[in-house]
Design a protein around this ligand. Structure first.
Ligand SMILES: Cc1cc2nc3c(=O)[nH]c(=O)nc-3n(C[C@H](O)[C@H](O)[C@H](O)COP(=O)(O)OP(=O)(O)OC[C@H]3O[C@@H](n4cnc5c(N)ncnc54)[C@H](O)[C@@H]3O)c2cc1C
Length: 595
């Protein structure tokens, strides 16, 4: 029997009404500044950006961090619930197909294309008050902050950026004059956004199977065929591959074209968006199917260089996908940490339980690896642009490594973060279900895991020998990381050497092709762990990164006995330190790298 309530407590209960019990539910990250709370990002930007660049850009990182935790997050939540709608014809029955977007999506577009001008920041001065284009490190750091709130729109943003790259690099002077002023504009009324349509029913991975044809009619190229997966379906200009009449079969016969949505006289070009895909994730953004009915297109570059040219765009997209995976994982970490620190079960906050800490480590470590990897890759891109061939080679292998592993890691990380919130993590009013749904696309578009792993083993390792250039850079970083105990650095040296031998063996023996993903994973893990000890060795750095490196070494690059308890003493101590809310110095954890 309940004790009778006093009138005072009855009044209190009535006043609380249905809000009673709300404080049992852990808060989320709404309202946080995602830049301010990201110690890892801030530390690493100090390594990769010149101090004056960082000083100039920091207010923009900070502003975007606040938006990502605030307004953008609200808009992303709404846009996910109101997906785009295709209208096939206007009221007169004309084939003027168009897509309606919710106002929340339009507001996010204004932030991305109008305010921050992501699409143009690598290509011209004048974005974010800068007197020159932004370095790749800054651009990808901004993408990383944006995607912590909104993933779907990053596809149109990035593909506009990469389309501009291709047009600048390969198009004729006349085509550049026609397209670039529109594509580089930040004025929504006049801007032309870009996209890339490659996949057809006959082939996504097998690009050589493409069936779209191009015929030159009265000096104008016209395209006929179907594109099966077209993200940002209503873009103003699409880059696509088609086979000119008489060209050889396979990838050699493919040419690259730019397809405008509207012709020079303002009429709609003769292609149709046939329908939109009903997708698991990226629901705010429109992916559709396109039928080309003699659509006018412009040849870009040499007709027999189509795939080679388009691979530049694919590689840029792959890097951005790695960044997006890193971003979504960071959001997962932030959300999981706030749940774990606030949710009480059996009289304690759940972060106090060793089993839950282990779960948190499985979320945190891959997230930190991806952060280290994408900033190193972005830095290699900046060095390559400055003329370093070594950096170009390093970037060649880092790109598919990041795309392959970070996108795969994103899936268990998102599921893990959902589980940390408990049952609420499965409910659509929280961010976790969206993170789980969005995570899965990373292993599909711009090449599945297998296609990226094969690219790493057969081309980056087998043909380009890029793994040796990467290893040279890593050796140097290991040598320089002198504050880290020598024994630990030696263990990483051995792991690196063994990984290189393994990679070369698999690249050389066709019969070992089924090990391509294993090679790719080892290369990723050894690279990221060396980067993390380099980062931990910086003055005033957060030494947690060295502990993450050890977790990678023990759990991803060393043999485990499934019949022995896994966490040693060092792991318990390391977890204690990692989840303490204070600055961690290298001296404090050096012993944990030796034990
Ligand atoms: C939401 C969404 C949006 C997309 N947007 C675009 C877009 O805007 N533009 C665009 O061009 N494409 C887009 N795509 C297409 C995407 O890039 C392809 O789906 C992807 O490349 C895989 O191609 P596929 O679907 O034909 O699968 P397939 O190539 O048929 O692959 C099927 C399976 O076979 C495996 N496989 C294939 N070849 C090999 C091999 N040699 N060795 C081992 N395994 C192999 C693959 O890994 C995969 O697991 C989008 C896809 C989705 C889901």
């Amino acid at each position: 029997m309940h004790a009778p309530q006093s009138p005072a407590s009855l009044d209190q209960a009535k006043a609380q009404g249905s809000n009673r019990g709300a404080d049992h539910i852990a808060p989320d990250c709404a309202g946080q500044n995602f830049y301010a709370i990201d110690r890892g990002l801030r530390d690493l930007l100090r390594i990769y950006l010149e101090p004056n660049h960082l000083r100039q850009l920091e207010p923009h990182f900070d502003r975007l961090g606040a938006l990502a935790g605030g307004r953008l997050d609200e808009l992303a939540r709404t846009a996910d619930k109101h997906p785009p709608v295709l209208n096939a014809r206007d009221r007169f029955g004309r084939d003027e197909d168009w897509i309606d977007y919710h106002s929340s999506y339009r507001e996010m577009e204004a932030i991305a294309f109008g305010d921050f001008q992501f699409h143009a920041m690598s290509h011209r001065a004048g974005t974010l008050d800068m007197d020159r284009p932004l370095p790749a490190v800054a651009k990808y750091a901004l993408q990383y902050l944006f995607v912590q709130a909104e993933f779907g729109l990053m596809c149109p943003i990035s593909v506009t950026d990469t389309s501009i790259h291709l047009i600048r690099k390969f198009a004729s002077a006349e085509l550049k004059d026609y397209l670039l002023p529109k594509m580089l504009s930040a004025d929504a009324a006049t801007q032309w956004k870009g996209t890339q349509f490659m996949t057809e029913r006959a082939g996504g991975s097998d690009v050589g199977a493409i069936e779209t044809t191009a015929s030159c009619e009265d000096g104008v190229w016209r395209l006929y065929g179907d594109k099966w997966f077209c993200s940002h379906a209503d873009a103003d200009v699409a880059l696509l591959l088609a086979r000119p009449e008489g060209a050889p079969p396979g990838t050699k016969g493919l040419a690259l074209f730019a397809l405008p949505r509207r012709l020079k006289d303002g009429r709609r070009n003769t292609y149709r968006i046939v329908r939109l895909k009903d997708k698991l994730g990226t629901r705010s953004m429109a992916s559709g199917e396109i039928r080309l009915e003699g659509a006018v297109a412009y040849l870009v570059g040499e007709a027999d260089q189509g795939l080679k040219q388009m691979m530049e765009q694919v590689n840029l997209s792959r890097l951005s996908h790695g960044v997006r995976a890193a971003a979504m994982m960071r959001r997962c970490v932030n959300e999981a940490m706030v749940c774990a620190r606030n949710r009480v079960a059996f009289g304690k906050t759940v972060i106090e339980y060793p089993l839950l800490r282990r779960q948190l480590l499985k979320i945190a470590v891959p997230s930190e690896q991806a952060l280290s990897m994408f900033l190193f890759a972005a830095d290699a891109m900046d060095r390559a642009h400055a003329g370093s061939q070594e950096a170009e080679s390093t970037l060649r292998i880092l790109t598919p490594l990041l795309k392959f592993r970070a996108c795969r890691d994103n899936i268990p990380v998102a599921t893990g973060a959902m589980e940390v919130r408990g049952g609420n993590g499965y409910i659509e009013e929280w961010v976790q279900p969206r993170l789980v749904r969005d995570a899965h696309i990373g292993v599909l578009w711009e090449g599945t895991s297998n296609i990226n792993a094969l690219d790493i083993v057969t081309r980056a390792v087998g043909k380009s020998r890029a793994h040796r250039t990467l290893a040279g850079e890593l050796q140097k970083l290991l040598d320089e990381a002198t504050p880290i105990p020598a024994a630990f650095r030696n263990r990483l040296r051995v792991a690196l050497e063994r990984t290189l031998v393994f990679a070369e063996r698999v690249a050389a023996e066709l019969a070992l092709e089924a090990s391509a993903r294993q090679v790719a994973s080892c290369l990723y893990h050894v690279t990221s762990s060396i980067l993390m000890i380099r980062e931990a060795a910086q003055p005033e750095a957060d030494a947690r990164r060295a502990l993450y490196a050890r977790f990678v070494l023990e759990h991803r690059l060393s043999a485990q006995d499934p019949l022995e308890p896994s966490p040693g003493d060092w792991e318990r101590e390391a977890a204690e330190i990692i989840f303490s809310e204070r600055q961690v110095a290298l001296a404090e954890i050096a012993g944990l790298l030796d034990s």
